[in-house]
Design a protein around this ligand. Structure first.
Ligand code: SAH
Ligand code: SF4
Ligand code: F3S
Length: 482
């Protein structure tokens, strides 16, 4: 286990700690640079998890590129292969082992450094499995030691020994980690880390530690900087953003208002809020802040009050529906998206019908559907009334069919309407077409000049192609270029 410097111990002033730690890591960035001088090294990264995990990967890339590596797509061509893992469901885990199998030969031939980080590394049984069955990895690092990647890499390169840098703590916040963002227009900004909710199916609180919020001034400063660089859309990230705590009398609603004031930013999104913490002031802030997209991801998880209780979600079916109604009354143009788990232990046919019932009533714009996956160490895993796989799959397919019909119908209602689109670039399938998204996050494809990229423009929707909408731009945008 890595020894921490005294200033990293709890109870010491945060700012001092952060600055010193990141300064300390910057020294390792320099050391690795020197070690690799003139070598033209490459790295690859695979990101397996959620948006927070993606944001972490951008930080990993930032540190690695500062150390002089340049990015390649394929890990078989890389001198340093990084995997940023997720353990929220079993299929996320399987991807890692498959990839490690492939990398064994690459390492033997090329001496590739294999570094594995992220949520899965926080699990003891996974660390054991790696050491037993995949002992050829070079570095493992967890969610609480991401910022120490330069030090870990330096030690791995210098001493040619395996580094295991995973600690199990409530977690800290480190400001000032270099970051290399994937996109030039849209940026994610993590506003809080960890989770206190302990939903009984979920591994996240065990691998991410307790909730801790960044200071409002640090968040604002980061977004102001992004605006200066030309970013137009910001997504505020956290496992439970509406329990953001920016200090006395400063909550998520205050943050929305402050981000809304930042010049140059056109759109603000956030994910995920928890229905139990959706306060009136947050609803009001969404309504009042013109840049906040009128679309809310409101994770349902299950429609049955009994299942919700067993999941430890702290709201009933009726409270969820009532909250959605209240939001809709305040902001009539609002649309919702959601996450749903099917087949949680004890879910009866009747319970599942409740989920379908909520889906029908809510008419979601988008539904992320998951089959319940047992996670070691969670209360859900110890429950005796687990649902057989075939029933889980059968319910999943029924939910999927309902959602697909709704999505198709929802697409129809756009046809003929005028939508504000942030033009993101040329379409992947057709270079002559532009693509962008509505406030409600629907992809729109239309023809127009590439000069429009980065602008928010009005587009008329002419056809619903289910997975995207086809649009036509207003003549005024064409004329304004002349
Ligand atoms: N903090 C976010 C979600 C984080 S995980 C929230 O509360 O909304 C993303 C989604 O994965 C969850 O919303 C849930 O639907 C799903 N999920 C989490 N644990 C799961 C499990 N054990 N099995 C299946 N799906 C799960
Ligand atoms: Fe998991 Fe629940 Fe926390 Fe979301 S709120 S991360 S589902 S424990
Ligand atoms: Fe995200 Fe997966 Fe971790 S969903 S927080 S990367 S367990």
């Amino acid at each position: 286990m890595i020894q921490y410097e005294p200033y990293l111990l709890k109870g010491i002033d945060l700012t001092v700690k952060i600055n010193k730690e990141i300064e300390y890591q910057n020294e390792f960035i320099e050391k690795v640079r020197k070690l690799n001088e003139g070598k033209k090294l490459t790295y690859s990264i695979i990101t397996m998890g959620c948006q927070l995990n993606e944001n972490d990967s951008e930080k990993i890339c930032g540190m690695i590129e500062k150390m002089g590596y340049s990015r390649v797509d394929e890990s078989k061509n890389a001198d340093l292969a990084v995997m940023n893992t997720c353990c929220v469901r079993e299929n996320a885990e399987d991807r890692l082992f498959g990839k490690l199998g492939e990398l064994k030969k690459v390492k033997e031939e090329k001496g590739t450094i294999i570094a594995i980080g992220g949520c899965m590394m926080q699990e003891k049984h996974i660390q054991d499995k790696l050491k037993k069955s995949y002992p050829y990895f070079d570095i493992i690092f967890g969610t609480h030691t991401l910022h120490k990647f330069p030090e870990d890499l330096y030690n791995a390169l210098k001493d040619k020994k395996r580094i295991e840098d995973v600690i199990d703590i409530d977690g800290e916040i480190y400001e000032g980690i270099p970051i290399k963002r994937d996109d030039k227009l849209k940026a994610s900004v993590t506003i809080m880390y960890g989770c206190n909710n302990f939903c009984s199916y979920c591994i996240v609180p065990y691998v991410r530690g307790r909730e801790r919020s960044r200071k409002p001034e640090d968040i604002i400063e980061e977004i102001e900087y992004l605006a200066k660089q030309g970013y137009k859309e910001i997504t505020l990230l956290g496992q439970n953003v509406n329990s953001y705590n920016g200090g006395e009398n400063y909550n998520f609603a205050n943050l929305l208002h402050d981000v809304n004031k930042i010049e140059g930013i056109n759109r603000i999104r956030f994910t995920s809020p928890h229905p139990k913490d959706f306060t009136e002031d947050v609803i009001k802030a969404i309504k009042e802040c013109d840049k906040v997209c009128k679309t809310i991801h409101l994770p349902l998880q299950a429609g049955s009050t009994k299942v919700l209780k067993a999941m430890n979600r702290k709201y009933t079916k009726e409270q969820y529906l009532e909250l959605a109604q209240r939001i809709k009354k305040e902001i009539p143009e609002i649309v919702f998206s959601t996450d749903i788990i099917v087949g949680f232990p004890g879910e009866t046919e009747e319970d599942f019908e409740d989920t379908l019932d909520v889906v029908r009533k809510m008419n979601y714009e988008q539904v992320y559907m998951f089959i319940y996956s047992r996670r070691v160490g969670t209360p859900g895993d110890k429950m005796e009334n687990q649902i057989p796989e075939e029933i889980k799959h059968e319910r999943f397919n029924r939910l999927k069919a309902l959602v697909e019909t709704q999505t198709e119908k929802n697409g129809e209602k756009y046809v003929g309407s005028e939508q504000k689109i942030l033009v993101e670039g040329t379409s992947k399938n057709n270079e002559n077409m532009l693509t962008g998204r509505t406030e409600t996050n629907k992809v729109v494809v239309f023809s127009g000049d590439t000069e429009l990229i980065g602008k928010v423009i009005d587009v008329k929707i002419v056809r619903n192609a289910v997975w995207y909408l086809q649009g036509e731009i207003e003549i005024i945008h064409q004329l304004s270029k002349i």
